[in-house]
Design a protein around this ligand. Structure first.
Ligand code: SF4
Ligand code: SF4
Length: 298
């Protein structure tokens, strides 16, 4: 007898079409590549819409944007920030604290493209199991880089931070930086599922902390329609955040994914054939009742 192999997102593609099953993924890639292109357009083609990089940039010679984690390390290292850097950090802080939450990871960060590729290939090659470590590790690494900045008087982390190293490397040459990016890719692919973004990266940990109370959230608005296909768990980089909003109706839990670890990537919305998930705000619609609570393992 012929066995039917279920591939992740297959049902969604059949019911919603290719665009419906990949919309948020495509929009994220457009966002990530556009931001990279804006940084590269000046040095490569002389189109200076944006000057700078992910650490500090000036758009149209007017609007500064600056990385708050770099600023925090800089302050701990006892550097005095310039006026434009303070304005730039304030704008970025306001956006992620009030609106975007951890969306930097899914919509801006270039390393996310690399780790998403590793994750997709892992599913394709059906690589299962592998290493494990607490997801809290990233918060310890975050604390460590802050202590390092304070104790050494310099922003040591930026020497090896792959998030700023990747766009900088595309401009000035990656050198040994490719080894670091390749190591992240291979580690995620062969050793441990979503090791870098969901367990180790202090930048993601920082944005999670920053966006704890942010407005934009994904919610399991039609959770009663869930057929337990588990596709959303397969694609979510932080699958632990889905469980209670999706299956906690019996316990009266909110369908809104309030965990600060959700990256607002919207991939769960894409791959669900039942359109269970949707973007909304943190102010929940009334919890819907759900038959049974067939909770998948954490
Ligand atoms: S919400 Fe339910 S139906 Fe939708 S992808 Fe997740 S497990 Fe499948
Ligand atoms: S819950 Fe959905 S939006 Fe949030 S990280 Fe997971 S897949 Fe992305």
């Amino acid at each position: 007898m012929k066995t039917v192999v279920h591939t992740v997102g297959q049902e969604a593609r059949q019911t919603k079409g290719w665009w419906g099953a990949n919309r948020w993924l495509v929009l994220r890639r457009v966002s990530q590549f556009s931001i990279l292109a804006l940084f590269l357009a000046g040095p490569w083609f002389g189109w200076w819409l944006v000057k700078g990089n992910l650490n500090y940039s000036l758009t149209l010679n007017t609007v500064p944007l600056a990385d708050p984690l770099v600023m925090l390390q800089s302050l701990l290292a006892r550097h005095v920030p310039e006026r434009n850097a303070i304005i730039g950090v304030s704008l970025v802080l306001l956006f992620y604290m009030l609106v975007g939450g951890r969306s930097f990871c899914a919509w801006v960060c270039p390393v996310n493209i690399v780790t998403d590729c590793a994750s997709a290939m892992r599913r394709k090659l059906d690589i299962r199991g592998g290493g494990d470590m607490p997801r809290q590790t990233r918060y310890w690494i975050l604390a460590l880089i802050l202590v390092l900045a304070a104790s050494t008087g310099s922003i040591v982390w930026e020497l090896v931070n792959p998030v700023s190293l990747l766009p900088r490397g595309l401009l000035f040459g990656m050198g040994a930086g490719w080894l670091l990016i390749a190591a992240i890719f291979l580690f995620d692919l062969f050793v441990m599922k979503r090791a870098w973004c969901s367990h180790l990266c202090p930048v993601g940990a920082f944005y999670s902390t920053l966006g704890k109370w942010s407005l934009v959230r994904v919610a399991a608005i039609k959770r009663e329609a869930c057929n337990d296909c588990l596709d959303c768990y397969a694609v979510c980089p932080e699958q632990q955040v889905i469980r209670m909003p999706l299956k906690g109706a019996a316990k009266g839990s909110s369908p809104v994914i309030l965990s600060p670890n959700c990256t607002n990537c919207g991939r769960c919305i894409d791959v669900c054939s039942k359109d269970v998930f949707a973007f909304g705000t943190r102010f929940a619609p009334k919890p819907s009742a759900s038959p049974g609570a067939n909770l998948p393992p954490q």
